[in-house]
Design a protein around this ligand. Structure first.
Ligand code: NAP
Length: 303
């Protein structure tokens, strides 16, 4: 029996754990991945977290995890498959175990959105990657492309340009969603080219990816770009399917809650990228964690 069970050991979940533990609550964190940290682990560099001018995503996550565990968080690496009401408590179930608690915080984050083009599944792991920091080294000295125009795409391209002979950034519009500073850094690199107003329409190759077909959206012209790697960074989808019949979600699957992080179910809170909101950043994930943690503590205390 725990006061609070947190689902997800990313920035939001671990921040919620820190606030809940400091309020004297017992906390179990359940994480479906074999390790903690969530998406930030794959960021080569974080430069916009207030008070920390520069840190690697891995170092940031490690520090957060150690802080939560140091305060007494128990962390178990199992995937939650169900939540049950057992009034006045709740039960959180994985394939193997179940635990009772007074309150739940859902902090399952988001996962990478696929591009949805022919060949994407065939070449996944054979040239197609969704994580530049994980796989970039396999493409040292080779020509690669990055699809997307957000911060992930810009940071991936910046990272890859340090190792690859050429990086082509393919974006469906002519203006970028990502930060101007990252874009300017990228534009200054000699081995980076841009295909704007363009979309990847097909992936080519025998056993391994050898090229991509890119269509210019303005003139309809399709060109073949020879690449060994395609890094797909076209946004995210919430990782919340398991809970869609337990709490209200929007049409995209994000769990509905305002800034108070309260779902439509009493005693169940939501924090981080899986919540309906407009800004999904490390800072807002940590902020959600604090708000949901405090709200869950108040719920446990019957306030
Ligand atoms: P994002 O900001 O949603 O950007 C996704 C990009 O992919 C957009 O440029 C979008 O184009 C494009 N796109 C979406 N669907 C597409 C499709 N089917 N075909 C081609 N292009 C497509 O996603 P993100 O870059 O993964 O970032 C997610 C969140 O994390 C954002 O809030 C971002 O700021 C944050 N983030 C922050 C940092 C940082 O602060 N250091 C680093 C990484 C991510 P349009 O622009 O035309 O919609």
């Amino acid at each position: 029996m725990y006061d609070i069970i947190i689902v997800g050991a990313g920035t939001a979940g671990l921040s919620a754990a820190i606030y809940s533990l400091r309020a004297g609550k017992s906390v179990l964190v359940l994480e479906q991945q074999p390790s903690y940290g969530g998406q930030i682990v794959n960021a080569s560099k974080v430069e916009n977290y207030p008070g920390i001018p520069e840190i690697s995503g891995f170092e940031f996550a490690k520090s957060l995890y150690e802080q939560a565990v140091g305060l007494g968080a128990e962390v178990i690496f199992q995937k939650v498959i169900r939540i049950e009401e057992q009034a006045p408590n709740k039960v959180v179930c994985t394939e193997k175990d179940s635990w009772e608690c007074k309150s739940i915080i859902l902090a399952t984050g988001a996962k990478k959105r696929p591009l949805g083009v022919p060949g994407e599944e065939t070449f996944a792991g054979k040239g197609v990657s969704y994580c530049a920091t994980c796989d970039g080294m396999f493409f040292r000295g080779k020509e690669v492309a990055v699809a997307g125009g957000g911060n992930t795409a810009l940071e991936d391209a910046n990272f890859l340009a340090n190792y690859c002979s050429k990086v082509t950034v393919i974006h469906r519009r002519d203006t970028f969603r990502g930060d101007k500073k990252s874009l300017m850094r990228l534009q200054a690199k000699q081995n980076v080219t841009f295909l704007l107003d363009s979309e990847v329409v097909e992936l080519l190759g025998e056993n391994m990816l050898s090229g991509i077909k890119v269509r210019n959206k303005k003139n309809g012209k399709v060109t073949e770009v020879p690449v060994s790697g395609l890094f797909i960074a076209v946004g995210q989808m919430p990782d919340s399917e398991v809970f869609s019949d337990q709490v209200e979600t929007d049409q995209l699957g994000y769990i509905v809650a305002n800034e108070d992080c309260k779902t439509n179910k009493e005693g169940i809170f939501v924090a981080g990228d899986c919540r309906t909101k407009t800004v999904r950043q490390l800072t807002t994930a940590a902020s959600d964690g604090a708000i949901a943690g405090i709200a869950a503590c108040e719920w446990c205390d019957g306030k």
